[in-house]
Design a binder for this molecule. Structure first.
Ligand SMILES: [Zn+2]
Length: 217
């Protein structure tokens, strides 16, 4: 397999894994990975369980198909492109409708540090991008603002977005944030969670930066 074939296979694997682990369902969400000329992205209107390497679409940074395909890119390709253009360290983007994270997204507020693993997103909170219609430039603009110095954000009344140096890291961050959102909703049933201080969160962020990747100690 050449690199392009490997990336297509990895993208299918991660999209199917999202469904298999309950982080996504049906044909919702979309995933992409950077290539030499642009990026590979999951197609529009194909259930994740039916994804194959042939259904994956390659776009350049103008959003044009590079390789011939009978399939169309996900309707949400715009924010994938804008994220790659905004940050050269981003090589993978995962957007899911993970049920707990999506539940929290409907509160339309930033997730404060009720747990130290909030720092998995790269800072002391996980921002919630303002709502806009899917597939629009407005939504992409809101996402880029919420993703400033972050590896993840919630999308108000919509879902979750994570990025990474590769697909595995973006998947792990998705899984971690979904768990955090489950804990948050459970804690809210008991009362108002205590919030860690800026100093406490700076300690965690600094500790994470000294690892090659964040850990789940
Ligand atoms: Zn979506």
């Amino acid at each position: 397999m050449d690199n392009q074939e490997q990336l297509r296979a990895s993208l299918c694997d991660v999209a199917i894994r999202l469904n298999d682990t309950g982080l996504n369902h049906g044909a919702t969400g979309n995933c992409s990975v950077r290539t030499a000329q642009g990026f590979l992205i999951t197609p529009s209107g194909v259930a994740n369980r039916n994804l194959t390497p042939e259904t994956i679409v390659e776009l350049n940074m103008e959003g044009e198909k590079i390789t011939p395909s009978d399939f169309n890119a996900s309707s949400e390709w715009l924010f994938h492109k804008d994220l790659y253009l905004a940050n050269e360290n981003i090589n993978a983007v995962i957007h899911s409708h993970a049920p707990y994270a999506t539940s929290v997204s409907t509160l339309k507020k930033d997730l404060t540090p009720f747990h130290y693993m909030i720092a998995v997103a790269g800072g002391k909170d996980i921002r919630c991008a303002d709502y806009a219609l899917f597939g629009t430039q407005a939504l992409s603009d809101h996402i880029l603002k919420a993703m400033q110095d972050r590896k993840a954000c919630l999308l108000a009344n919509h879902g979750l977005l994570t990025v990474g140096e590769n697909l595995d890291i973006a998947f792990d961050i998705t899984e971690e944030i979904e768990h955090l959102c489950m804990v948050y909703l459970n804690a809210k049933k008991l009362g108002e969670p205590e919030i860690l201080t800026d100093v406490q969160m700076e300690e965690v962020v600094n500790r994470f930066q000294s690892y090659s990747r964040w850990r789940k100690d």
